[in-house]
Design a protein around this ligand. Structure first.
Ligand SMILES: Nc1ncnc2c1ncn2[C@@H]1O[C@H](COP(=O)(O)OP(=O)(O)OP(=O)(O)O)[C@@H](O)[C@H]1O
Ligand SMILES: [Mg+2]
Length: 405
């Protein structure tokens, strides 16, 4: 099992080679793990995947079924008293009701005899969206839209079950790369509600904000009641970040970020990424309106706008080759598009060659030399060749003249 270190200030985990937290500069400490522990008589904890603000996530085996799962072990405070336990059971049950290929499946939950509250999920083998953004900077618009549409579909399923996610951020999005497409899995539905705990908001009793304010809606930052349009705002932030490589609103302190979520306008997407189609940029900026009433009315409406923005730019000439049911279904639009590409293209961040120009504009272009015909180098050398030939002829003539004389 790879050893992990953890920031005791923000809870982020790192490989053991890292010494300080990238987020807040705090020194990292080795994590004491529960690897090998048999949880509740049936789940063997095999390795630590990572840790966050609410607890640790382990890869585990259901020893009776011999199946692989992921288990989130919550910190003691989330199961410390009857009220916390009741809230945990309610949220876990609600998360278990969400059935969608883009939402991580919650298969079980419980409290062990030692008093550890845990949540059992399908184990996802993929890369987090935060790692992908770190790696690639900006994503090509087609790829970003494809990921955003899949996030929307999972969140729509949750909203239809009465669950608001509340914590949509790149660390809670995993991406599995298949042979011909990328599949998104959204994690941690509704779990953020447990963080609200006794204060009933995202403020601790000491007045500290819990969570990542860069992805929180203005109403969430103000601890106002939330509706599904709060998730819509957070998806808008995720798409903005995928398209530009930057979160729309940031600051040097948590307080500054919270303030800017409430009062500041994000920079227009086209100032940072001129290649993004204007209709797509407008759709994202509308999701980032401060007042929920000014945004799209639902995540479904936002997703449909994304699909239209994409299709409108695609034109009629591009053929659709999408078969994966988790990929956005654009077939009902007149314009057909090929949204995703081969795994190779997906991994490199480059859209397919058949994508509309403005969506494909961030794809690497073929260097001029590579596209030149094989005959070209010979043409470049021909003056030299003629000169050499002329020289040989001249020497021969000189020799003939010498001997004849
Ligand atoms: N079902 C899963 N399959 C695979 N990896 C997972 C699964 N659930 C979580 N992880 C990974 O485990 C790590 C810790 O997740 P966790 O949710 O505890 O942290 P977080 O998302 O950074 O913080 P937060 O507590 O705010 O959600 C992350 O790297 C996450 O990608
Ligand atoms: Mg998480």
């Amino acid at each position: 099992m790879p050893e992990l270190k953890k920031c005791n200030s923000c809870g982020k985990t790192y490989p053991h080679t890292q010494s300080f937290c990238i987020e807040d500069g705090a020194p990292l400490a080795f994590i004491d793990t529960l690897v090998g522990f048999l949880l509740d008589g049936r789940y063997r904890l095999d390795s630590l995947i990572g840790a966050g603000g609410m607890g640790e996530v382990y890869q585990a085996t259901h020893i009776h079924l011999d199946t692989e799962v992921a288990i989130k072990l919550l910190k003691p405070e989330f199961g410390s008293d009857q009220t916390a336990l009741k809230r945990f059971r309610l949220e876990a049950k609600a998360a278990g009701r969400i059935q969608h290929p883009n939402a991580v499946r919650v298969t079980d939950f419980g409290v062990s005899p030692e008093g550890m509250a845990y949540l059992v999920m399908e184990r996802i083998h993929g890369q987090s969206l935060s790692a992908l953004i770190r790696q690639t900077g900006q994503l090509a618009p087609a790829r970003a839209v494809n990921i955003a549409i899949q996030i929307c579909r999972a969140v729509e399923a949750a909203h239809n079950s009465g669950v608001i996610h509340r914590d949509l951020k790149p660390d809670n999005i995993l991406i599995e790369t298949g042979p011909a497409s990328e599949r998104v899995k959204v994690l941690d539905f509704g779990i953020a509600k447990l963080k609200e705990g006794k204060t009933g908001g995202l403020l601790t009793q000491e007045g500290m904000i819990i969570g990542t304010p860069q992805y929180m809606s203005p109403e969430q930052c103000q601890c106002r009641p939330l509706d599904p349009r709060s998730d819509l705002y957070s998806i808008g932030i995720l798409l903005y970040e995928m398209l530009t490589g930057k979160v729309p609103l940031d600051g040097e302190s948590t307080l500054q970020v919270v303030y800017s979520q409430r009062y500041e306008k994000p920079r227009p997407i086209n100032q940072l990424s001129p290649h993004v189609p204007p209709e797509l940029a407008e759709t994202v900026m509308r999701a980032l309106e401060k007042e929920p009433e000014q945004r799209q009315s639902s995540v479904s409406e936002f997703r449909e706008e994304l699909e239209r923005a994409f299709a409108a730019t695609a034109g009629d000439s591009v053929a659709s080759t999408m078969h994966d049911e988790t990929l956005p279904d654009l077939s009902r639009h007149s314009a057909k598009t090929e949204l995703l590409t081969t795994a190779g293209n997906a991994a490199s961040g480059s859209p397919s060659a058949s994508l509309p120009e403005s969506f494909a504009s961030s794809a690497p272009t073929t260097p001029p030399n590579e596209s030149a015909s094989p005959a070209a180098p010979a043409n470049n050398q021909s003056p030299l060749l003629y000169l050499a030939l002329a020289l040989v002829v001249f020497v021969l003539l000189a020799l003939v003249f010498y001997f004849v004389r």
